[in-house]
Design a protein around this ligand. Structure first.
Ligand SMILES: Cc1cc2nc3c(=O)[nH]c(=O)nc-3n(C[C@H](O)[C@H](O)[C@H](O)COP(=O)(O)O)c2cc1C
Length: 159
């Protein structure tokens, strides 16, 4: 029996994740979106992957620029998660944010738990998403509590 879209979404929402903002640069253009589909692929060499929806406006910036940064949000940054997921604020997402620039030129957010700056080494289209594999060129990590996401609700590790 085929799984309905609603059942599938309900099932996936029960997978607790961290929350990242994936940022990208193509020339002068920067863009970014909230992404939970992030995981490590390889330790040696260091490779990670993200899954980007075909319809997302961040996808062409990754595809054309060939770089992306994974910014793992800290617990206090849930508003940033909402902003980078909302179409309404699409053109104001970076307003007021202080950015660093990674080794690849991708924008790095501040106040996060980790920045992972990557160069795209493979792109695999599957269904309505593209899996981007990134070779890690720079990491920055900080002692902050991460933001978690489960069944559509934000939380933290400590109560
Ligand atoms: C918690 C959370 C996780 C998300 N994870 C992903 C993801 O892994 N991949 C993706 O393509 N979109 C994901 N989204 C949806 C995008 O953030 C959203 O569609 C965004 O508006 C895309 O922006 P863009 O079209 O400017 O790229 C997520 C949204 C939320 C709130």
């Amino acid at each position: 029996m085929a799984v309905s879209s609603e059942e599938y979404r309900q099932a996936l929402s029960r997978w607790a994740t961290g929350v990242t903002v994936v940022t990208a640069r193509h020339g002068e253009r920067i863009h970014g979106m909230t992404v939970s589909a992030f995981t490590a692929v390889s330790l040696d060499p260091p490779l990670v992957l993200i899954c980007a929806e075909l319809a997302s406006h961040t996808l062409p910036v990754i595809a054309e620029g060939g770089v992306f940064a994974v910014n793992v949000l800290s617990r206090e940054q849930f508003e940033l998660s909402n902003k980078f997921a909302s179409k309404r604020y699409e053109w104001q997402r970076f307003d007021g944010l202080e950015l660093d620039i990674g080794a690849t030129g991708a924008p790095l957010l501040r106040g996060v738990v980790v920045n992972i700056d990557c160069r795209v080494v493979a792109a695999h289209p599957h269904g309505d998403h593209v899996v981007y594999v990134g070779s890690v060129e720079e990491v920055r990590h900080f002692d902050r509590e991460p933001l978690l996401y489960f069944r559509g609700t934000y939380g933290g590790i400590t109560p």
